[in-house]
Design a protein around this ligand. Structure first.
Ligand code: NAP
Ligand code: MG
Length: 512
């Protein structure tokens, strides 16, 4: 019900809620943007094609979205280049800062709607997507701060005579941003934020499975006053739109988040103009529980390190190493924790675990469930798709804990990207360091112990971009996040993230 005093935002939210239905009511027509955002205008794809995006909890059609391909990428990159060379390049750092702060305020006002959009489009439960508020706003405000903090240096040189040297930090130019579907709002902001802070322009290609939030964010950028062409959003498929963006000769940098296989294609595609590339890829992160840990805290921590977002988190702690003397007790508790989580349509605010994003992802994850059982692992909880009631229309997999897992099993080696824990026993510190590192990936890791020297030792020994001790998945805009080994290179968040969007120019001035 819309009260007389409701704000415009509240009214828009009520409309969206009504249209988006509920777990028991079908939805109406999606009212938000579904075209391409190029040069500040909403346009159809040059080909006229559209594709469907669906709600993975119900299989219902949410919207048909314009399907960008190489021609649209060409137009968007041209718009981004014009914007980069235009008034945007003369905007002062504090003006870009104000834009970022304004965008943060606008997102704050529209957060309920954005959370619901993520939930509808990719399935993450509202209990999670609503909690992205702090992260989304924190990122934008952090990058706003960086906009006025970026600076070069004066550097003493040893050349004879009077010759003065300093550096300038300059925006790298047009950035192609390619993101996956597992957190559309925050993933989009993670690319747009540093671009606006540094004075770059962006062509964002969201994932085909979940393009709606990125489009709405593009609309909110315009509302905040971001000039036309600075942020362009072109949904479409990876093989067409994504490939065109990563190979485009006038794109200066690609900021990619996704799988290592696509990451390898991006590097190849970038070779033509040697564009700069940063890669946030997948993982098979070790989460190591020592018997001396606060085991109750470790049970919930290790569970949610994988079950959150149905395991669709790149740094999920999916290889759960448990010290042998507590292995049986601990894995049983994690399984019980998983069984107690409420699985269902994420629009129900009580739900803790939503569906997987798509039929394809369901097939992939249930495929691994079968592989695990065939390899001799034992499912202590979960282990098969859920189909009761309405769940059969969606893509639901319950929290699953596999015990009796050996390091050489596929479920211990390959990224599943579902709510699946592979629990592996170990006996001593040196052994678990060696086994924990025996993976091609190196993104996240966890250590649960009350022994401070063990904690420090593992923090150094684990080859991964993040080590979480007695916690998991802590993230902050000021703290760098990224991979070792095949989890990619470059960092997002922190000072280094901003540097990735900058070129350094050395200037020499002979003064005598
Ligand atoms: P993906 O298949 O690699 O797709 C990621 C993005 O790349 C999508 O937008 C996709 O487009 C696009 N793409 C596909 N093929 C492409 C190509 N040849 N050229 C250019 N772009 C192309 O990954 P996903 O299945 O969506 O996401 C899951 C993966 O992302 C997991 O491996 C996960 O670990 C990783 N991930 C990493 C992080 C991190 O921060 N490190 C965060 C989240 C996810 P379409 O799908 O629309 O066709
Ligand atoms: Mg969808």
């Amino acid at each position: 019900m819309v009260a007389m005093t409701a704000t415009a935002e509240e009214e828009a939210m009520d409309t969206l809620t009504a249209l988006s239905g509920s777990p028991t009511q079908p939805m109406g027509a999606y009212p938000g943007p579904t075209k391409l955002l190029i040069d500040g205008k909403w346009v159809d794809a040059a080909s006229g094609k559209t594709f469907e995006t669906r709600n993975p909890a119900t299989g219902e059609l949410l919207a048909r979205v314009a399907e960008g391909d190489a021609e649209d990428i060409k137009r968007a990159v041209a718009a981004a280049r014009r914007a980069f060379n235009g008034p945007w390049s003369r905007m002062k750092p504090n003006e870009r800062q104000l834009l970022l702060l304004k965008l943060a305020d606008i997102i704050d006002k529209n957060m309920e709607e954005l959370a619901l959009l993520d939930t509808l489009d990719m399935g993450g439960p509202l209990s999670r997507t609503r909690n992205n508020r702090q992260r989304a706003l924190g990122m934008l405000r952090y990058y706003a701060g960086m906009a006025t903090s970026v600076h070069g240096e004066t550097i003493n040189n040893s050349l004879p005579g009077d010759i003065f040297s300093y550096t300038l930090k300059e925006p790298v130019g047009v950035v192609g941003a390619i993101i996956p579907w597992n957190g559309p709002l925050t993933a989009s902001i993670w690319k747009i934020g540093p671009a606006l802070a540094t004075g770059c322009t962006v062509v964002l290609k969201p994932a085909e499975e979940a393009p709606l939030t990125s489009l709405r964010l593009g609309e909110l950028c315009l509302e905040a006053g971001v000039p036309p062409g600075v942020v362009n959003v072109v949904p479409g498929y990876g093989e067409t739109a994504g490939a065109a963006l990563s190979s485009h000769p006038d794109v200066d940098k690609v900021a990619f988040t996704g799988s290592h296989l696509t990451g390898q294609k991006i590097i190849q595609a970038s070779a033509g103009n040697l564009k700069r590339v940063s890669l946030e890829l997948g993982g098979k992160s070790p989460d190591i529980v020592f018997a001396d840990a606060d085991l109750d805290a470790a049970v919930s921590g290790a569970s949610m390190a994988v079950f959150a977002n149905s395991g669709q988190i790149c740094s999920a702690g999916t290889r759960l190493f448990v010290e042998r003397k507590v292995y049986d007790e601990f894995t049983e508790k994690v399984a019980a924790y998983g069984r107690n989580l409420k699985v269902g349509d994420g629009r129900d605010p009580e739900v803790q675990v939503g569906p997987l994003v798509s039929a394809e992802q369901l097939e992939r994850v249930t495929g691994y469930l079968a592989v695990g059982q065939k390899e001799g692992a034992k499912a202590l909880s979960g282990g098969a798709r859920l189909t009761e009631g309405n769940m059969g229309k969606g893509y639901f997999v319950p929290p699953t804990v596999f015990a009796n897992v050996r390091d050489d099993m596929r479920i211990a080696q390959e990224e599943i990207f579902g709510p699946v824990i592979s629990a592996i026993p170990f006996t001593d510190v040196d052994e678990v360091i060696q086994r924990g590192n025996a993976t091609t990936f190196g993104l996240g890791s966890g250590v649960w112990t009350r022994d401070v020297s063990k904690a420090h030792r593992l923090a150094r020994a684990i080859r991964a971009g993040s080590v979480w001790v007695n916690c998991y998945q802590a993230m902050d805009p000021a703290v760098p996040f990224g991979g070792y080994k095949m989890s990619g290179y470059g960092r997002e968040s922190g000072l280094q993230h901003v540097e990735e969007y900058l070129n350094v120019k050395a200037v020499w001035i002979k003064t005598a």
